[in-house]
Design a protein around this ligand. Structure first.
Ligand code: NAD
Ligand code: TYD
Length: 364
């Protein structure tokens, strides 16, 4: 076994940030297995693509033969599993891909990891880890005064995305208990930061505002999310990999509960300040209410006591500092945005937003 790790989905938003963080900290070699769906983008990884300790493999996590071959060839000390279909709105319009990648794909990886572990020495088996990256959406929705999600909160997934992630978490759990696979699970709140595909709330609003397009808030915009800066999430994953107890789940959150409307208004103020000569100023005039997402979860919030007390991790960015960094990144990385928003992205925007116009109104 080597000091290297196998990352799945490392060309996506969080996986890409994680690969950059891991290599930046010189934590060991990385093999990145990614199918390069619409959400995968090698532009994120240009700064590391020629490093001798970085290998990219385009492939599907559902391809058991490929996964087994990569494990046998590269002999990683850990698998860090990000690859997933990750967007709730897409899961509502087309759930099949979510079941395939999130459930079958995780099953395939778990099985390949079992077979690989059997080839390791006893010493190596003690070191090997499988870290499964999941979401707080498996816990369902909270009322305004409910306590935040703890690791003991019962699963109650509401969207096809959340259901598929919940199923994959249960597989991970079963593989620990039944096969003694050394799995760790992290359930994280909403991430934001550089390299996020502009179908998700924050980058969508930034890119729309810069182009003078409407900023579509679903329903009343009072849904609450607990926002975490992506680099803080990457640090949490590295810390859980180093110190987490096998078979345990760790909730990861930013301690930043904000309503969607608050998030978008803050973004608009930041853009007013950072793009003072914009012809769309004040950007808040672009805010538009549109028809709500079906089954829209009202509130997510994470109780991060366990990871703080056991692992010693806490988020370093406040929402204000993280959001400013994010807006600045999108302002200085227009080429990256242009690269991902050409072609099929436009079709997605039309498909997701055209049917919502019946409730369109401009919010003063
Ligand atoms: P993303 O959609 O930006 O990236 C997913 C990556 O996985 C892409 O590079 C894609 O090409 C790849 N991929 C998809 N299907 C694949 C397959 N079958 N085989 C190989 N690669 C495949 O997602 P993200 O936002 O970076 O999320 C990463 C992980 O973190 C996911 O498991 C997600 O459920 C979880 N998560 C995300 C958030 C968030 O706010 N984005 C919050 C909590 C947890
Ligand atoms: P999103 O970024 O899709 O993450 P998730 O659904 O996984 O939490 O959405 C975050 C919140 O923003 C969610 O409550 C839905 C809302 N939203 C809008 O109001 N308008 C939009 O155009 C998008 C994409 C999301």
């Amino acid at each position: 076994m080597t000091n290297g790790i196998l990352v799945t989905g490392g060309a996506g938003f969080i996986g890409g940030n994680f690969v950059l963080h891991w290599l930046g900290e010189e934590l060991g070699p990385v093999v990145n297995l990614d199918k390069l769906t619409y959400a995968g983008n090698l532009q994120t990884l240009v700064t590391v693509q020629h490093r001798p300790d970085y290998t990219f493999v385009q492939g599907d996590i559902c391809d058991g033969e490929l996964v087994s071959r990569l494990l046998a060839e590269h002999k990683p000390r850990a698998i860090v599993h990000f690859a997933a279909e990750s967007h709730v709105d897409r899961s509502i319009l087309g759930p099949e891909a979510f079941l395939k990648t999130n459930i079958d794909g995780t099953f395939t990886l778990l099985q390949a990891a079992r077979a690989y572990m059997a080839t390791l020495s006893e010493e190596e088996q003690k070191e090997f880890r499988f870290l499964h990256v999941s979401t707080d959406e498996v816990y369902g929705t909270l009322e305004p005064n409910d306590p935040a999600f703890a690791e003991t909160t019962a699963y109650a997934p509401n969207s096809p995305y959340a259901a598929s992630k919940a199923a994959s978490d249960f597989l991970a759990r079963a593989w620990v208990h039944t096969y003694k696979l050394p799995v760790l699970v992290t359930n994280c709140s909403n991430n934001y930061g550089p390299y996020q595909f502009p179908e998700k709330l924050i980058p969508l609003m930034i890119t729309h505002a810069l182009a003078g397009k409407p900023l579509p808030i679903y329903g009343d915009g009072m849904q609450v999310r607990d926002w975490l800066f992506v680099v803080d999430h990457c640090k949490a994953i590295a810390a859980v990999l180093a110190k987490g107890r096998i078979g345990e789940t760790y909730n990861v959150g930013g301690c930043n509960q904000r309503s969607n409307r608050e998030v978008v208004e803050t973004l608009c103020s930041l853009l007013d300040e950072l793009v003072p000569d914009s012809k769309y100023k004040p950007h808040a005039q672009l805010i538009t209410s549109v028809k709500d997402r079906p089954g829209h979860d009202r509130r997510y919030a994470i109780d991060a006591y366990k990871i703080e007390s056991e692992i010693g991790w806490t988020p370093e960015e406040s929402f204000e500092t993280g959001l400013r960094k994010t807006v600045e990144w999108y302002l200085t990385n227009k080429a990256w945005v242009d690269g991902v928003t050409s072609g099929s992205y436009q079709q997605w925007v039309t498909q997701n937003y055209s049917g919502r116009n019946d409730r369109t109104e401009v919010v003063k």
